[in-house]
Design a protein around this ligand. Structure first.
Ligand code: BES
Ligand code: MN
Ligand code: MN
Length: 461
């Protein structure tokens, strides 16, 4: 049955496609890269853009809050008793754009081709933040929201949400809500929208192996000292066995095993390893034996080298023994794994396996535990109904391999679950060259969010 307050909202969205697209392109043109200090002014500009836009949408107390890092932007609707309060979170910062030469258009010159919008941040996450904004605005402009909304947008998600936890702890009362909603994940496949009920956590570190006091002539000294690059390669190799398991003692101790019903449910999702392989242009897959690809990517912990360097990497040849060798490593964690304990176990492993003649240094970065949302939460049911109403298909219930650190703070500080309702596609190049967002999902996603507010507000009975 159609709801006579929702109809004008959806019409409003449909009749503003052109304005919305142009405005989103303005937002995407701001290079709000949080990892690079020279872009700090751009990050601030994106925060200001959001604040002004929230004001224009009718959220009159939109505010920029300074933090020791990048600012948090908040706003809220009128608060009325007797209806649910939803905390909408998103991030306005984006990842760096290198390698720039692999982009077909400038990453901050948003371009539309074949109903696809190309730009850094188009799908992760500025495009989805903007979708949340216009869905709420459409309600405000057509008679008023059926739920209480609070917005929380941050500019440090892509660098680990370094200061958001403190902000949330200091503003618990202002942020109190019944549920958090985040649009910062992909759907399962094109045409197959999804509700994610789990994210992996993260533990990261940089390892440095030091040898001689400076680079040495490899003819003069080769054969007499341990080469730090060899020592590092040995260490990295020792971290996995040939069945794809992490060989660190204790790494799996706290891991929550997948239940049989959950494995059954995940195995019902359509999946073709051949297509997956081809889409990645790899000759074969390699992962932990005994698990399906979706299980490997969503529900099993991993350890991956993100970057490794040592010695001479320029053109031609230079015969040296490098003074040091380096690797950046991240682990994806699953529920119950504690980032600190995982890093302790890895550090012990590295010390034990360090070859003689070199020294080891491990620097730890900010981590985050994994999260799970109970599937029986009313907001999850409401989101399922909203997806069905707009996409005319049932939602997939999936987990995700990526991390959104704030979800754990919502759980532990605000004591609320998080509904992950994202409209990107898995191959829209998050963090990679030619990031894009399908406009069809941008439009239908904003309609789905608008429908969700009607469902949650009980308007559909
Ligand atoms: N939107 C992603 C998280 C994500 C990616 C969820 C893919 C599901 C599937 C988010 O912006 C992100 O990239 N998070 C980082 C967090 C890290 C920097 C602490 C990640 O997962 O690497
Ligand atoms: Mn994101
Ligand atoms: Mn990201």
């Amino acid at each position: 049955m159609s709801d006579n307050r929702l109809d004008p909202v959806l019409s409003y969205l449909k009749s503003h496609h052109q304005e919305h697209l142009e405005e989103l392109q303005d937002f995407l043109a701001i290079p709000s890269i949080s990892a690079l200090s020279q872009h700090k002014p751009d990050v601030l500009r994106a925060a200001q853009w959001l604040k002004h836009r929230l004001n224009a949408a009718g959220f009159h107390h939109a505010t920029i809050h300074e933090t020791p890092g990048n600012p948090v932007v908040t706003a809220s609707s009128d608060m009325k008793a007797g209806r649910p309060t939803v905390l909408v979170y998103g991030h306005y910062d984006v990842q760096p754009v290198d390698p720039l030469e692999s982009w077909n258009h400038g990453p901050f010159e948003p371009t539309i081709e074949d109903d696809i919008l190309y730009a850094r941040g188009s799908s992760d996450d500025k495009g989805q933040v903007y979708m949340q904004l216009i869905a709420a605005e459409a309600w405000v402009k057509t008679g008023g929201l059926p739920v209480n909304l609070k917005f929380l947008f941050e500019g440090e998600e892509e660098i680990g949400s370094l200061h958001l936890g403190d902000y949330i702890r200091a503003h618990q009362h202002e942020l109190s809500a019944d549920v958090a909603v985040i649009s910062d994940t992909p759907m399962y496949q094109d045409g197959y929208p999804a509700i994610s009920y789990g994210l992996r956590g993260l533990a990261s570190f940089e390892v440095t192996v030091r040898g001689p006091y400076q680079d040495l002539h490899s003819g003069g000294y080769g054969g007499t000292v341990m080469n730090p690059a060899h020592a590092l390669a040995h260490l990295i190799d020792s971290l996995h066995d040939d069945r794809g398991r992490v060989s660190v003692d204790g790494f799996y101790d706290q891991v929550d095993p997948l239940s049989d019903p959950e494995r059954d449910a995940l195995s019902q999702l359509p999946f073709d390893p051949e297509t997956y392989c081809q889409s990645l242009k790899v000759p074969a897959l390699f992962g932990e034996k005994g698990y399906t690809v979706n299980e490997q990517a969503w529900a099993r912990p991993t350890l991956e080298v993100n970057g490794m360097w040592a010695g001479f990497t320029g053109e031609g040849q230079k015969t040296i023994i490098p003074a040091s060798a380096h690797a950046k490593v991240t682990c994806r964690l699953v529920p119950h794994q504690d980032p600190t304990q995982v890093l302790d176990a890895i550090e012990t492993h590295l010390k034990t396996h360090l070859p003689p003649g070199v020294q080891l240094q491990v620097e730890r970065f900010h981590g985050a535990p994994a999260s799970i949302t109970p599937l029986d939460h009313p907001a999850i049911r409401a989101a399922g109904a909203a997806i069905e109403a707009v996409y005319h298909t049932k939602a997939a219930f999936i987990r995700m391999g990526g991390s959104i650190p704030v979800v754990v703070d919502f759980q532990e500080v605000l004591h609320i679950p998080t509904l992950l309702l994202g409209f990107a596609l898995p191959d829209e190049n998050f963090h990679a060259p030619n990031e894009h967002f399908h406009l069809a999902n941008f439009y239908r996603g904003s309609e789905t969010v608008a429908t969700l507010w009607s469902q949650l507000g009980g308007l559909n009975g």
